[in-house]
Design a protein around this ligand. Structure first.
Ligand code: SF4
Length: 437
C-alpha cells in the first residue's frame, strides 16, 4: 500500500505531517513520490488563507486514489472538503487512523503503535536529518480577531517537559544539529517555557535551539533572561508586533501596547548584551505585521512605519489583511483597497530592507558559525546563528577545508546584503557549534 502526503501552511502543519507519515508506515503503508500511483493520498491543509483553500480544492479534485484530508480546517471549509474526499480527520484524532483506514477498505496491520492518548505523543518520521521540529504544544487561547487557529486547532495543550526533552535527546544523539521548539504561542507553554528551554539547553551535544511563535503578552522577564543565558538558543528572536498603533492592536485583540512591545525588545537586547559574547550580543529581532486591517487609517499605518523605523528589525514578514470567515475581523468592513495594501506592504519592506542591511553590516569581515544545509550550483547554502541565509563558494581546493551538508563550519563574511550574507570558508568542522565573535 503506497501513500503520498502534501502539506500546506505553517511549520506546525509540516511537523504534523511527520507524525502522520510515521503512523501510516507503522500500519503497513510505504511512501511513494509518484502521487498519481498511490493507494492513499493525504492532504494536510491550511484554512488560514482563502487563496490556499482554492488551490487545495483544485488539487483534491485531480486526485484519483482514496483521499483523506486533515489540518487546520474551518467548519465551513469542512463541508466543501467533505464532498471531494473520502473523509476528513482531525489531527488530534490521529490515533483513530487505523479505524478510519479500515472503514475505507484498507487491510492494515494494526500494530497498536497508535495507542497514545494524544497525537503529539506519537512518534514522527523526521523529514530532515539536520533540522528537527519538536511541537511543544498545540492550539491557541488568544483569539486574535483575524485568526482562525483557535477555531481550527482548539484550546492550548502543552506536552510534558520530559517527553520533549526525551525527543530532543534522541534527535541530538542521532546527529540533528538544530532543534525548533514549535507552538502557536510558546510563551504560554505550561508549566513554564523558560524551564523547558533551560532543560533542552542542558542536553549535552553540539546543536542549536530555535523556537516559534512568541506572543508579546506572555513574554516575561524570566523568559527573556533564560533565552539570553541559554547559549545554545540562537540570537534570533521572532516577536510578532502585527501593528505599530495601539488602537489597531486593540481591534486585532492583541492585548499589549506599542510601548510595552518596545520595552520587551529593549529588555531582550539588554539581556543578550549582558549574557553573550562577541556578535552573539547582537540579537536579530524579527517580526510579523499585517497591513490594511479593517478600519486602519493612513495615520495609523504611519504609526506602524514609525515604529518599524525605531525598532530596526533584522527580519520582517508583512502580510496583506484578508478576511477569514468565522473570525471577528471578518465581520468588520475590509475598507483598505488591495492597491493600498500592496503599497503599504512595500513601504514596510523597504524599511526592513534598510534596517536588515544595517544589522548585517555588523557581520562584515567577521568569522561566524554556519550550519550548512544544501548545495546549489557553485555555492553551499547555510544559516547563521542569527538566521541569516549565507552563501559559501564551493571552490575546489583539495588542500583547503571543505563544507559538508549538515555540519557546522566557520566562515568569514565577505559581502552583506539585506537578505543574506556571502562568506569564505575558514574551518570545515567546529568541535563546538557555539564559538563566535
Ligand atoms: S496568537 Fe493570535 S495569531 Fe497566533 S495562533 Fe493564536 S490567535 Fe492566531
Amino acid at each position: 500500500m503506497k501513500y503520498h502526503i502534501i502539506t500546506y501552511g505553517c511549520q506546525m502543519n509540516r511537523s504534523d505531517s511527520e507524525r502522520i507519515a510515521n503512523a501510516l508506515e507503522n500500519l503497513g503503508f510505504i511512501p511513494y513520490s509518484q502521487s498519481n500511483k498511490v493507494d492513499l493520498f493525504i492532504l494536510n491543509v491550511c484554512s488560514v488563507r482563502q487563496s490556499a483553500i482554492d488551490r487545495i480544492i483544485s488539487k483534491a479534485e485531480s486526485i484519483k486514489s482514496k483521499l483523506l484530508i486533515t489540518g487546520c480546517i474551518l467548519q465551513k471549509d469542512k463541508k466543501r472538503f467533505g464532498k471531494i474526499s473520502d473523509g476528513i480527520f482531525n489531527i488530534a484524532d490521529l490515533t483513530k487512523l487505523p479505524k478510519i483506514l479500515k472503514n475505507l477498505g484498507f487491510k492494515i496491520k494494526n500494530t497498536g503503535i497508535l495507542k497514545s492518548n494524544h497525537y503529539l505523543e506519537t512518534e514522527p518520521k523526521y523529514e530532515s536529518n539536520i533540522i528537527a521540529d519538536i511541537p511543544i504544544m498545540t492550539g491557541c487561547n488568544n483569539f486574535c480577531s483575524y485568526c482562525v487557529v483557535p477555531y481550527t486547532r482548539g484550546k492550548e495543550i502543552s506536552r510534558p517537559i520530559k517527553d520533549i526533552v526525551c525527543e530532543a535527546k534522541k534527535l541530538i544523539q542521532n546527529g540533528i544539529k538544530e532543534i525548533w521548539l514549535l507552538g502557536q504561542n510558546v510563551n504560554s507553554y505550561k508549566p513554564n517555557f523558560a524551564k523547558l528551554l533551560k532543560q533542552v539547553n542542558d542536553i549535552k551535544g553540539d546543536f542549536w535551539i530555535r523556537f516559534t511563535s512568541s506572543h508579546p503578552k506572555d513574554l516575561t522577564s524570566e523568559m527573556i533572561e533564560t533565552m539570553a543565558k541559554c547559549q545554545k538558543a540562537t540570537p534570533y528572536f521572532n516577536l510578532p508586533i502585527q501593528s505599530g498603533d495601539d488602537n489597531m492592536l486593540k481591534a486585532m485583540n492583541r492585548p499589549y501596547s506599542v510601548k510595552k512591545y518596545k520595552e520587551l525588545i529593549k529588555e531582550t537586547r539588554q539581556a543578550f548584551k549582558k549574557y553573550r559574547k562577541g556578535l552573539e550580543k547582537e540579537v536579530a529581532i524579527s517580526t510579523d505585521a499585517i497591513v490594511g486591517f479593517p478600519g486602519e487609517t493612513k495615520k495609523q499605518f504611519e504609526n506602524t512605519k514609525k515604529t518599524f523605523e525605531e525598532i530596526k528589525f533584522a527580519f520582517g514578514y508583512i502580510s496583506r489583511y484578508s478576511p477569514r470567515p468565522g473570525t471577528t475581523a471578518a465581520r468588520m468592513k475590509d475598507n483598505v483597497s488591495s492597491i493600498e495594501k500592496k503599497k503599504q506592504k512595500k513601504e514596510l519592506e523597504k524599511i526592513i530592507e534598510k534596517t536588515a542591511l544595517d544589522f548585517n553590516k555588523k557581520f562584515l569581515n567577521k568569522e561566524i558559525d554556519v550550519l550548512i544545509l544544501e548545495k546549489k550550483k557553485d555555492f553551499f547554502i547555510g544559516k547563521t546563528r542569527h538566521y541569516q541565509t549565507i552563501k559559501i563558494p564551493a571552490f575546489c581546493n583539495e588542500a583547503g577545508p571543505r563544507c559538508k551538508i549538515g555540519e557546522f563550519v566557520k566562515a568569514k563574511v565577505t559581502e552583506v546584503k539585506p537578505y543574506g550574507l556571502q562568506a569564505k570558508l575558514i574551518e570545515a568542522r567546529l568541535r563546538q557549534g557555539l564559538r563566535q565573535g
